[in-house]
Design a binder for this molecule. Structure first.
Ligand code: GLN
Length: 248
């Protein structure tokens, strides 16, 4: 029996043709794997940039990209009401890097300067002074938990020029960046979360390295993941390797 929606967990992967750097597609694979391991049926829809984003799914994933594909994605998503409608009715969104910047009010493009985002969350991105590239380790906002437990530190990989500043009502996903930059040099934090929208600069893919974050998203989608643990041996090995590599 499924706890999700009508009968299956519906995962939408937005614009694989424009935004899918550093294996961000893995986030969809991990969510599907964990939901299926718990006996749920999963429907995954990959929405190319010439297709409409459905507004009825449970979880929306959007990844990172270079400046030009990011600009194209912004143009198309601003014209397409699907993601906005989904977010307004409380769907879960995980947005990574360029995708995270697109959730905010504005982002910076080398060719065109400041461009509007979707304004789904109160964050604004601009061009940073240095490229942020390398491993990241960040402690998760203590206000977040899965099955009553706090989430372990996030591990991931970043590569971006953008710096993202959070509005006053917005909390970072990674409240303390211990290694790397997250939202940009000097910010000290990574990502953001507001309601059921989470953003991060972390690739890896971030849900492969951080299964607890995957379970947080599943819990937001009403899947109660804490009720049935998944065998995380492989994920813990990957986490261990990456954390050891940066001495964290
Ligand atoms: N183009 C954006 C930047 O450089 C996002 C990069 C990315 O998604 N990896 O900030």
């Amino acid at each position: 029996m499924s706890a999700f929606g009508v009968s299956a967990l519906r995962i939408v992967w937005i614009y694989p043709d424009l935004l899918s750097t550093y294996g961000d597609q893995g986030n969809a694979l991990i969510l599907a794997y964990r939901a299926k391991a718990r006996g749920h049926r999963v429907e995954r829809v990959d929405v190319r940039s010439d297709q409409a984003v459905p507004s009825e799914a449970d979880i929306y994933l959007i990844g990172g990209g270079e400046d030009r594909p990011q600009r194209l994605a912004a143009e198309r998503l601003r014209r397409d009401p699907g993601l906005k409608r989904a977010a307004q009715r409380g769907a879960v969104v995980l947005a990574v890097c360029a995708g995270f910047q697109l959730m905010g009010h504005a982002f910076y493009d080398e060719q065109d300067g400041v461009l509007p985002g979707l304004g789904l969350i109160d964050v604004t991105s601009h061009r940073g002074t240095e490229r942020c590239v390398g491993e990241v380790v960040a402690d998760v906002d203590a206000g977040l938990s899965v099955g009553g437990k706090p989430l372990p530190a996030l591990t991931g990989f970043e590569n971006h020029m953008g710096t993202t500043l959070l509005g006053s009502g917005v909390k970072p996903l990674g409240a303390t960046v211990r290694v790397g930059h997250g939202n940009g040099a000097g910010t000290g934090v990574d990502g953001a979360h507001v309601g059921k929208i989470a953003g991060t600069y972390l690739h890896g893919p971030v849900l492969a390295r951080n299964p607890a974050l995957a379970d947080l998203l599943l819990s937001w989608a009403d899947g109660d993941p804490a009720a049935s643990p998944v065998d995380d041996a492989w994920a813990l090995r990957l986490r261990g390797e990456r954390l050891t590599a940066v001495g964290a």
